[in-house]
Design a protein around this ligand. Structure first.
Ligand SMILES: [Zn+2]
Ligand SMILES: [Zn+2]
Length: 643
């Protein structure tokens, strides 16, 4: 058989050799860094026998596929440790995640921190044992019998759901056997640094009617140094958690008395939101949008016409009865903007029409998936709907792209990932419309030299879309912006415009959101900046601190001057040591601290410090106003698009 490597070199080998053997014959240095292989695109164990010609690609930890094999083996090692220490614990499932892994166990009590220590120590011992990991196959009845004999009821339930005539694989390491598709590392000794992270409760199959399982999270890396770097990053993520920072800086709360997933914006959070909204509205007016408002409820019939009642009911709050009609809390803004469009006869000359709204919507999300500001039940979309002729799609999408990047850059995001999602299996609209719209989106991306990936079949049923992900300061990706072409709503609502030919035509609708929702975007912003908002967004831009009571009047005067110049300033006149007051202002992440003692009073200056401890020296009040103004302009106005 002919074994080809990715670089095109090949070897002629006798059939029956394992992937590992074939690779070593092919001069691939088969060190412990090679953990599995891709054979004709399928990920397999190194012990898999080769029977026919194949393209073989070694997998290492440096690829996502390699990491998955590595972490999945790590979860088996953890499961073996749990079974050795707690033999009555039952196995369920244990997948690899992006940077970690977990395993869910059925056990009669939560695992304690002491348990975790023991499990971790035992897992390290299993790694030291360097047990070979072996694959075996069962028929379905054999597999059921085997796992029933092991007392693994959840595994039996899983197997019962598998197809009847396909072999079922399991992997063993020492005496431990787990039902598993694989593949795995060759031995337990291939795992380097291993660490358990935390525990959580999780329902079997994610359904709250099922028993609660005990989930253990862990992670693993080839070296201790990589593990340490990862743990340091996790600490940083925890330190920046928007729920924690939101409380520390008194920005927002979500309180059970109000209801899960419903956000209260406290004065400082509300002020940042106001600044975001003002910026957003100003920019939309400048960019050719009309701003509109719409109600929070509407007749249920409207949502029948839009299709939400049929296709979106699970995500909506229950309708309410008012007089003889049913009303629905709005899950989206689209139908309202459509009705504004429909309120007049439109001509081709009126198009495009762009309606923007910071529209608050309500969606039903299960309590279990709610997460701080990132997943909520009531949120405000920075929504807009564009109504245009088919020949205007490309131009409109190009404008939206420019606008999106401009807005996101102003908020400090500079790295983007862009995806173009094409026609899914279930879709409305003709082949021709899809092709036309998809190529318009593609042309817009190319015209703006935006690098993108195609997500085949991931478009919405009503049209293709572009999604833009931003990368935050910790390298995490967040999907915020979306630009979606829609053929469906114009048809459902019978939208039209009079064309140049005097006949009625159907407009194309484009839904777009740049930040996504203000709540979620704010959560991302808090974590991106770790609460240290850029000066233009900081709720307090400068705190003026007195050293003693002697400077009271002077400090009050400085604050008044800053406010008169349009800045947000506060005085700290407390009878505390200046060092303490500076630390407090730093903790509140105020960009500038202006210290005033007798010397400053005499010379009419302030001593200026940055929040990161930098000393900007002595400045006159007008000098500081100038400095502050320049900084704010640099962060906003100078970033405006040039067209
Ligand atoms: Zn497995
Ligand atoms: Zn919409």
């Amino acid at each position: 058989m002919k074994i080809t490597l990715k670089d095109g070199t090949f070897r002629d080998l006798p059939a029956g050799q394992t992937v590992g053997e074939a690779l070593s014959v092919a001069d691939v240095a088969l060190g412990p860094d090679i953990i599995a292989a891709k054979v004709n695109g399928m990920i397999v164990d190194l012990s898999r026998e080769l029977r026919e010609d194949a393209l073989v690609e070694p997998l290492r930890f440096d690829s996502p596929d390699g990491r998955e094999v590595y972490r999945h083996t790590s979860t088996h090692i953890m499961a073996q440790a749990v079974k050795e220490l707690f033999p009555t614990a039952q196995l369920t499932i244990g997948p690899a995640l992006e940077d970690s892994f977990y395993y869910d166990f059925a056990y009669d009590r939560p695992f304690t921190p002491e348990d975790l220590e023991k499990i971790e120590a035992r897992a390290r011992e299993i790694i030291k044992r360097n047990l070979p990991i072996k694959r075996r196959e069962f028929s379905k009845p054999q597999a059921i019998e085997f796992f029933r004999a092991c007392g693994e009821a959840y595994k039996v339930e899983l197997i019962e759901g598998f197809p009847d005539n396909e072999p079922i694989s399991a992997y063993s390491q020492g005496a431990f056997v787990d039902l598993c598709r694989g593949p795995h590392l060759p031995t337990t000794g291939h795992v380097g640094a291993f660490k358990l992270l935390n525990t959580a409760g999780a329902y079997w199959r994610g359904d709250e009617r099922n028993p609660m399982l005990q989930r253990i999270y862990g992670t693993s890396f080839p070296t201790q140094a990589e593990l340490d770097a990862h743990l340091a990053r996790l600490e940083e993520i925890k330190r920046r958690d928007h729920r924690k920072v939101g409380k520390e800086l008194d920005l927002i709360t979500i309180q059970d008395e109000i209801g899960p997933g419903l956000v209260l914006w406290h004065p400082k959070g509300a002020l940042i939101r106001l600044l975001i909204e003002n910026f957003w509205r100003e920019q939309h007016l400048q960019n050719g949008y009309d701003l509109v408002y719409s109600p929070h409820v509407a007749r249920l019939d409207l949502w029948k016409t839009s299709g939400h009642v049929d296709y979106y009911r699970d995500n909506m709050f229950t309708p309410m009865k008012v007089e003889a009609s049913e009303y629905q809390l709005k899950p989206m803004n689209c139908p309202f903007h459509i009705m504004i469009y429909k309120s007049h006869l439109r001509s081709y000359r009126d198009l495009p029409i762009r309606y923007g709204e910071l529209g608050t919507v309500y969606r039903y999300e299960r309590t279990g998936v709610l997460h701080g500001l990132l997943r909520v039940r009531g949120f405000t979309q920075d929504d807009a709907h564009l109504f245009c002729r088919p020949d205007q799609i490309e131009g409109e999408v190009s404008r939206v792209l420019d606008f999106t990047f401009f807005i996101l850059r102003t908020f400090g995001f500079t790295e983007f990932e862009v995806y173009l999602s094409t026609k899914p299996e279930k879709a409305v609209g003709s082949e021709e419309r899809w092709a036309q719209a998809t190529s318009a989106l593609e042309a817009a991306l190319k015209g703006r030299s935006v690098a993108y990936e195609i997500d085949p079949g991931e478009g919405v049923f009503y049209g293709p879309k572009i999604d833009i992900k931003i990368k935050d300061a910790l390298g995490r990706s967040w999907q915020c912006s979306t630009i979606q072409v829609d053929f469906n709503n114009p048809e459902r609502f019978e939208l039209g415009y009079i064309g140049e030919d005097g006949k009625s035509h159907q407009p194309i609708m484009i839904h777009r959101a740049l930040m996504g929702s203000i709540e979620r975007f704010f959560g991302i912003l808090i974590e991106h900046f770790g609460g240290a908002f850029p000066t233009w967004l900081a709720p307090v831009q400068a705190t003026v601190l007195s050293i003693t009571d002697n400077q009271r009047d002077y400090v009050a005067g400085v604050v008044a001057q800053l406010k008169a110049a349009g800045f947000r300033a506060e005085a700290d006149l407390r009878n505390e040591k200046i060092g303490f007051k500076i630390r407090e202002a730093e903790k509140a992440k105020v960009p500038f601290m202006l210290v005033a003692g007798d010397r400053e009073v005499q010379s009419g200056t302030v001593s200026v410090r940055g929040r990161s401890g930098s000393n900007l020296g002595s400045m006159s009040i007008s000098g500081f106003v100038e400095h502050l103004g320049q900084e704010v302009r640099r962060q906003t106005r100078d970033l405006q698009p040039t067209n």
